[in-house]
Design a protein around this ligand. Structure first.
Ligand SMILES: Cc1cc2nc3c(=O)[nH]c(=O)nc-3n(C[C@H](O)[C@H](O)[C@H](O)COP(=O)(O)OP(=O)(O)OC[C@H]3O[C@@H](n4cnc5c(N)ncnc54)[C@H](O)[C@@H]3O)c2cc1C
Length: 395
């Protein structure tokens, strides 16, 4: 079942132009100035800054974009989210401040569809209120599941009315701050989801896995589950439907990543454009060299195409259509385009581009992993081509 057909917030609202302007000003005047590049890997420092800015954002009426108005959000349509998330995404901190960052945003989205009333009370409501934090634990070290979820090795077996979970996970974003994990495990019926509190005996964070990503709030953790016992009520959704649930969680998450990262890439090229209008080489401003102009023009073309694609997929979601194929295509295109744009921005700024005097090199590092998570480009291309052959799709 697609994300669209199970979305609890079926008809979202438009984004008022005044609110978008307020957001733009807030990002420029409060959020970007609060980025301290020297603290890019200090989770505690970032959490403190984000908490302070969240209060300011709420006072300005800048809530969580996709969450229902009755839940304190803005209840925006997917299409309206394109503009909101692009603005929020211009800053490394913006998505967390505006409560539209992973893993919380896609976890809320999936649990809103799947959680039982008691799971809503214990997990979803506090997650929405920001009083509890989550992480989503699916990926495993070899020989476990990465690109191929069928290789899942983590197991959950029933024993005396409880589930006993054993497994090994890694790259679990936000795990260091999480109060609970959504653990994906193999059961007799197939693959299932479980809610596991972080203080459950046998749930152990082994280490942070350092990555190239800056501002990786909550880090990316390696986790071991050893005879982790949870109640029968820890099962999320239907037993054996865990891969469908993952698809539900991922489709919207992918689109939100595209929206945010268009903002970050756009910021990178805007900074670079300003730089090349000042800096001179070989008797002319860099902006007057045609090869520099070509890189700037290509960046505008790529971001224009990325925005159009993302918006079209968002509209499909608003219409309740399946986005399995289109979101795959958009994810591949946008993840590669935003990286290319940031790479060009670094290139035309020369050594300054790779330094940490400007945020460009960090933007590049932030964007690079997007070609791997939420489905590597190669895996999406393979799925797109298989669907094209299977259904004789016209390109
Ligand atoms: C920053 C970051 C955050 C992450 N956060 C989370 C998280 O919160 N929770 C979570 O569960 N996971 C998370 N992940 C893990 C992510 O989901 C996996 O990295 C992804 O599923 C790919 O798995 P893998 O890394 O094991 O790559 P592998 O499966 O080992 O694949 C390696 C490469 O092989 C190629 N490849 C693989 N299969 C195919 C194929 N069929 N055809 C062609 N080429 C192929 C691709 O180039 C791929 O990149 C995160 C990863 C990163 C980098």
């Amino acid at each position: 079942m697609s994300a669209a057909s199970r979305d609890p917030l079926t008809r979202g609202q438009d984004l008022a132009p005044e609110l978008l302007q307020t957001l733009q000003r807030f990002i420029d005047e409060a959020v970007i100035p609060a980025e301290d590049l020297k603290l890019a890997h200090d989770h505690a420092a970032q959490a403190a800054v984000v908490a302070r800015l969240q209060g300011q954002a709420l006072a300005l009426g800048l809530g969580s974009p996709r969450r229902a108005v009755t839940d304190g959000g803005l209840g925006l349509s997917w299409e309206a989210c394109c503009d909101y998330l692009e603005q929020a995404g211009r800053s490394f901190l913006g998505p967390a401040v505006l409560q539209c960052a992973p893993p919380t945003q896609p976890d809320v989205y999936a649990l809103d569809v799947l959680a039982t009333p008691s799971q809503r009370r214990a997990y979803l409501d506090p997650l929405k209120a920001g009083t509890r934090k989550s992480c989503f634990a699916m990926t495993e070290p070899a020989p476990g599941a990465g690109s191929d979820p069928r290789m899942l090795k983590t197991e959950a077996r029933q024993e005396g009315g409880q589930w006993v979970i054993n497994g090994h996970k890694w790259f679990i974003t936000g795990a260091h701050q999480a109060d609970f994990a959504i653990v994906v495990a193999r059961t007799d019926d197939g693959v299932s989801w479980f809610l596991v509190d972080a203080d459950t005996p046998g749930f152990e964070i082994v280490r942070d896995v350092p990555t190239m990503e800056p501002f990786d709030m909550g880090g990316h953790a390696e986790i071991r589950l050893t005879n982790c016992r949870v109640g029968a009520d820890a099962l999320v959704g239907e037993a054996g439907k865990g891969l469908d649930h993952a698809q539900l969680r991922l489709e919207g998450a992918r689109l939100f990543h595209c929206m945010r990262f268009i903002g970050l890439a756009s910021r990178a090229m805007h900074l670079a454009q300003r730089h090349v209008q000042q800096r001179e080489s070989h008797g002319a401003r860099l902006a007057e060299h045609q090869m520099v102009q070509a890189l700037v023009a290509d960046a505008h073309i790529q971001l224009f195409a990325a925005r159009v694609m993302t918006r079209e997929v968002a509209r499909q979601l608003d219409r309740g259509e399946s986005i399995r194929h289109s979101s795959s295509m958009a994810k591949v295109f946008v993840s590669e385009a935003v990286y290319q744009v940031a790479d060009s921005a670094v290139q035309i700024c020369g050594a300054l581009g790779v330094s940490e005097d400007l945020p460009l090199s960090m933007i590049l590092r932030m964007l690079r992993p997007f070609r791997i998570y939420d489905g590597a480009s190669e895996v999406h291309r393979s799925a797109i081509a298989k669907r094209a052959f299977r259904h004789d799709l016209r390109p």
